[in-house]
Design a protein around this ligand. Structure first.
Ligand SMILES: NC(=O)c1ccc[n+]([C@@H]2O[C@H](COP(=O)([O-])OP(=O)(O)OC[C@H]3O[C@@H](n4cnc5c(N)ncnc54)[C@H](O)[C@@H]3O)[C@@H](O)[C@H]2O)c1
Length: 301
């Protein structure tokens, strides 16, 4: 016990003022082997942020990728930018028929669905901050996109993957689904459900050879994060907000980037992750693994 306390104090005293720096970048693919050659992936929320970065990573590894997103303008632009193996389908994930349609379109065009990534999500309103004032209509809206749509994505992927006897389903949770207090209540509650949904689905899908996992990223300065932070700090510039996000981690000389999430998705989607199912892959540089004790130090310490 004493050793733990001493280690904690030593770490606290040594802690630098700014936690992380952009000393290395995980962006870009330096490997030569293509891990998703011949595979077909459908990514919801693929027009922006983490979904778009994952689409790019899957494409680099030989997959054909269908981006399913509510935002047609960004989706068409992203597909064009990502190249001929990428295409866009407009899809509001809160409308089950849209999700079913995106899966059907993918199978009709490519003959199969190997990877379904249920990634689209929103943060929801930042206020009122107190759960005692929670707006239940707004809560339901967040749950519809972040939870119900994920279940609907799993359902429609399972419809084609079970008969095929193979497939990989991914979902995006968050560090906000690992520890309370990182985000507004609705978002936090919605993200906590994802690892549970994954475990429940894995209990059935394993026997069909279908794997399902989720990824819980730390904060990345995507459009979603910047929109949220702009509401909290309306006078702070985007550049400063990006810098703040970079400094939020615990792992020295590293920051959580879109590429880190994309590579986690690649691992789970490819044969590298062939025996991983029901898992929550937390990509947070250790942030939710520990809490440094904030001792009230005596003034002469
Ligand atoms: N950025 C982060 O720091 C972070 C951290 C942990 C988890 N996440 C999660 O990662 C996922 C992606 O977030 P992001 O940061 O890339 O956000 P983003 O806003 O950059 O991208 C989200 C995409 O989802 C789409 N979308 C929103 N509602 C939709 C709907 N009803 N139907 C279809 N598409 C819809 C948007 O149009 C957008 O293209 C979300 O589930 C988010 O909660 C993000």
């Amino acid at each position: 016990m004493a050793a733990v306390v001493i280690r904690s104090i030593a770490r606290t005293l040594k802690r630098p003022a700014t936690a992380a720096s952009a000393a290395y970048s995980t962006g870009g693919c330096t490997c030569t082997s293509k891990k998703l050659e011949g595979k077909v992936a459908l990514i919801t929320g693929g027009a922006s942020g983490l979904g778009k970065a994952t689409a790019a990573e899957f494409l680099r590894h030989g997959a054909r990728v269908v981006i399913a997103d509510l935002d047609a303008e960004s989706g068409i632009k992203a597909a064009k930018e990502l190249g001929p193996a990428a295409e866009f389908v407009r899809c509001d994930v809160t409308v089950e028929a849209d999700v079913a349609g995106a899966v059907e379109m993918t199978v009709a065009k490519h003959g199969k669905l190997d990877v379904m990534y249920n990634n689209a999500g929103i943060v929801g309103p930042i206020s009122p901050p107190s759960i005692s004032e929670l707006d239940m209509t707004e809560f339901e809206k967040v749950m519809r996109i972040n939870v119900i749509a994920v279940v609907s994505g799993i359902k429609h992927a399972a419809k084609v993957m079970i008969p095929a006897g193979s497939g990989c389903i991914l979902c995006t949770s968050s560090i906000a689904g690992v520890l309370g207090g990182f985000a507004p209540h609705s978002y936090t509650i919605s993200k906590f459900t994802i690892p549970g949904i994954v475990k429940s689905a894995a209990s059935e899908l394993c026997e069909h050879g279908v794997r399902i996992n989720c990824i819980s990223p730390a904060t990345v300065a995507t459009p979603l994060t910047l929109r949220y932070l702009r509401k909290v700090f309306p006078k702070v510039t985007d550049e400063k907000l990006r810098e703040t996000v970079k400094g939020m981690g615990e792992l020295k000389r590293a920051e959580c980037e879109e590429a880190d999430v994309a590579k986690a998705a690649l691992y789970l989607a490819s044969s590298d992750g062939k025996y991983v199912s029901g898992h929550n892959l937390i990509v947070d540089g250790g942030m939710t693994a520990f809490k440094i004790n904030g001792f009230p130090f005596p003034s002469d310490s």
